[in-house]
Ligand binder design. Sequence first.
Ligand code: 13P
Length: 243
Amino acid sequence: MAANWKMFKTPAETKTFFASFLPLVKDTTGCEVAICAPFVDLPEAVSAAAGSAVMIGGQNLYWAKEGAFTGEISGPMLKALGCTWVIVGHSERRQYFGETDETVLRRTKAAMEAGLKVIVCVGELLSEREAGETEAVLRKQFEGGIAGLTAAEFAGIVIAYEPVWAIGTGKTATPEMAAEAHRVIRGLAAERFGGAEVRILYGGSVKPDNVKALMAQEEIDGALVGGASLDAASFAQIVNFAS
Ligand code: 13P
């Protein structure tokens, strides 16, 4: 279960979140938990989560290790801070910051090289779903952004299927719709990497009251949660969905 805080929370708010959240998940088993926070919150998040099973991640990285790239953050920098994970290719980065399948691949490789695990995001726009292009879009994103990994690199990623029309809109894909897209992605992975197993998270308006139905689908291995991850109690309910 991964939280994507997007551009929310200050370091002080991060500290408050962890003080409430950690006691609520201290007995959780059978589920990895990661919180992907804004860069400025990462030191606070790493120190607050120390000694717990909760892992911390960034939401983006640049592919060079260091250099004259004003405003950018590298994989080794995230790693040095104590991050375990990083999100790559989120639809908001594709939409507002020019992310392409090619840059997704470059960032993913750089993250792996730095020893980070990567959540690679894919998903179609509403117009693409309505035009019956969901499968073609997933194929294009997979082939351009994931298929270029080596088998060893592929083993270090988790894929997040996030239909763009379901992000922050309160419109969740039905569990069946999500499972169908996950099957498509799994098929693409099998085509390219043989029998390789990969975890696939669903993202898009996941809330405490719909997580159970989504997780009941065999194809859905976890969730990437935006809005509902900002509140400690609500993200803990999602993490503890099974109990
Ligand atoms: P919401 O849960 O707010 O819809 O956001 C989903 C998302 O984009 C997670 O990366």
